[in-house]
Design a protein around this ligand. Structure first.
Ligand code: SAM
Length: 358
């Protein structure tokens, strides 16, 4: 699979690319990630970098893809990027501006480092979102009821193990413990339901056992967040001891019925999408939503959506909540009921807020 991005130079929308670089990080992450903040500021101001991003197919036109391509080159030993990203990961860089300048030089001198990877998709598989899923599932699944999980846009399927991760408000030092601060009445006490089938769907599922796939998963992480790197390493070391999963290759809509067919009828089937509908086309999103409404009306199917506010679901009024700028909205539907906004969370599950009365 190597469809090179083929820029139609005349049609490139550089203003759009500039906006995308500008808003790539949530405001609350800009201070936390000074190197990526500095690098994005430089990319936003560089015409070559704008062209690279603008040349990506629309549904993947995400600055994270450019950042991941650079990070991948670093992990593969690029002579400039490797030592620099290694120092960033170790927290050993004092002047992030100088570091970001050096990366920009690579983008200018060797655009192929980025361009050659633009056929890929942003496939960040973020286990932190499992902390959000645990909270929602405790609300959705009645005591004694069992469930199956279908993760749409599953990447490497890490969130199919959502119930395997301990959650704590503070870093305990254990890489497998997710750190998530709760706001509102989030239930962390009720035992999680027993989970039957665990099925993921993705157009290009990644294999935690494959060296290249693991490299891309690492590249999609942010170099300044050492704990996320350690967590991925720990997951790779443990996942074979966890319950089996099935990853189906294909688009959400094409494989949803196949996924449902792998679940037991009396389990509550919980269909989940976390930061994957963001990459659907508008038509796909509408059809996916309609399919889930229909399934929810006629069968034992619930839905949990954790997506950017840029993903507008048809029946939910948009909210302009400045406090939640850059946050992800959590939308939930129970069988036979219309979707409701359940709450908010950090895009990587660093905090979750459950709205009252959901
Ligand atoms: C940013 S990753 C998120 C992965 C995972 N859901 C998580 O939260 O960690 C987005 C995933 O959506 C997948 N994706 C993109 N378009 C899709 C589609 N039409 N149907 C299913 N998955 C899709 C991508 O391949 C990618 O693995």
């Amino acid at each position: 699979m190597s469809e090179e991005a083929s820029p139609d130079t005349a049609a490139l929308d550089l203003d759009d690319a500039r906006r995308r670089y500008h808003f790539a990080l949530a405001p609350e992450d800009l201070d936390r990630l000074p190197f990526y903040a500095a690098l994005l500021a430089r990319l936003e101001a560089d015409e070559g970098a704008l062209r690279l991003l603008a040349s990506v197919r629309a549904e993947q036109r995400n600055p994270m893809l450019v950042l991941a391509a650079l990070h991948r080159a670093a992990l593969l030993g690029h002579p400039v990027l490797a030592p620099l990203y290694d120092a960033i990961r170790r927290g050993a860089v004092t002047d992030v501006g100088v570091a970001a300048d050096a990366v920009l030089e690579v983008v200018r001198d060797e655009p192929e480092v980025v361009r050659s990877q633009l056929w890929r998709s942003t496939q960040t598989n973020e286990p932190g979102r499992s902390a959000v899923l645990q909270a929602v599932v405790r609300d959705l699944v009645a005591p004694g009821e069992t469930m199956a999980v279908i993760d749409v846009g599953t990447s490497a399927g890490i969130n199919l193990f959502f119930d395997r991760f301990p959650v704590s408000a503070r870093d305990t030092g254990d890489p497998l413990t997710l750190v998530c601060e709760d706001e509102g009445s989030v239930d962390r006490v009720t035992p999680l339901p027993s989970v039957g089938a665990r099925v993921g769907i993705d157009p290009s599922p990644l294999d935690l056992g494959d060296v290249d796939d693991r490299l891309w998963l690492k590249a999609c992480l942010w170099p300044e967040e050492r704990r996320r790197h350690e967590r991925l390493d720990a997951i790779v070391a443990h996942y074979l001891t966890w319950p089996p999963t099935t990853l189906l290759e294909g688009d959400a809509l094409d494989r949803l019925d196949d996924a449902l067919a792998l679940t037991a009828a009396d389990d509550l089937r919980v269909v989940v999408n976390t930061w994957s509908a963001f990459y659907f086309t508008e038509a796909e999103r509408r059809a996916y939503y309609a399919a889930l409404r229909e399934l929810g009306a006629s069968s034992n199917v619930a839905w949990v959506s954790v997506e950017s506010t840029l993903v507008a679901w048809p029946d939910l009024a948009e909210v302009a909540d400045d406090r939640r700028r850059g946050a992800s909205q959590v939308v939930v539907s129970r069988p036979g009921e219309a979707p409701v906004r359940w709450g908010w969370c950090h895009p990587h599950g660093r905090w979750v807020e459950r709205l009252g009365g959901a």
